[in-house]
Unconditional design. Structure first.
Length: 130
């Protein structure tokens, strides 16, 4: 059984949570488009957008790794790092008075997943092994 779909499903639920959170904030602040210079809304939309920008690529890379035979432990580890990174990033960026450590650690984990997966896929394609 494939592992990546589990984490894709979990990521989808996080994405829906972030979407609903942003929609509720828009409704409360009565802002249909843009952020109307509302710091919380700007941060909520950036958290949501950033998730949408990074997670699909990472999930695709993890899936390719998995179907090419990467170890289950590697897939679980990278997928957990991705979700943890995105949650830390979301928490950090959501705060108007931000503690940048959450953003930095979150982005670091996300970059670690993408770079590790991409590098391993390139290695597999060029030298034939993980």
């Amino acid at each position: 059984m494939l592992i990546t779909p589990l984490y894709a499903g979990l990521a989808a639920l996080v994405f829906i949570f972030l979407s609903i959170r942003t929609l509720m904030l828009r409704r409360r602040l009565r802002v249909a488009i843009g952020d109307s210079d509302q710091p919380l809304l700007l941060r909520a939309t950036r958290v949501h957008s950033n998730f949408a920008e990074y997670v699909p690529l990472a999930i695709i890379l993890l899936y390719f790794l998995e179907v090419q035979g990467a170890a289950d432990g590697l897939i679980h580890g990278l997928a957990i790092a991705l979700l943890l990174g995105r949650l830390l990033h979301a928490y950090g960026v959501s705060q108007v008075e931000e503690n940048y450590r959450f953003r930095v650690i979150g982005m670091g984990l996300t970059f670690l997943v993408v770079v590790t997966a991409a590098t391993r896929l390139i290695m597999a394609a060029t030298i034939g092994s993980f």
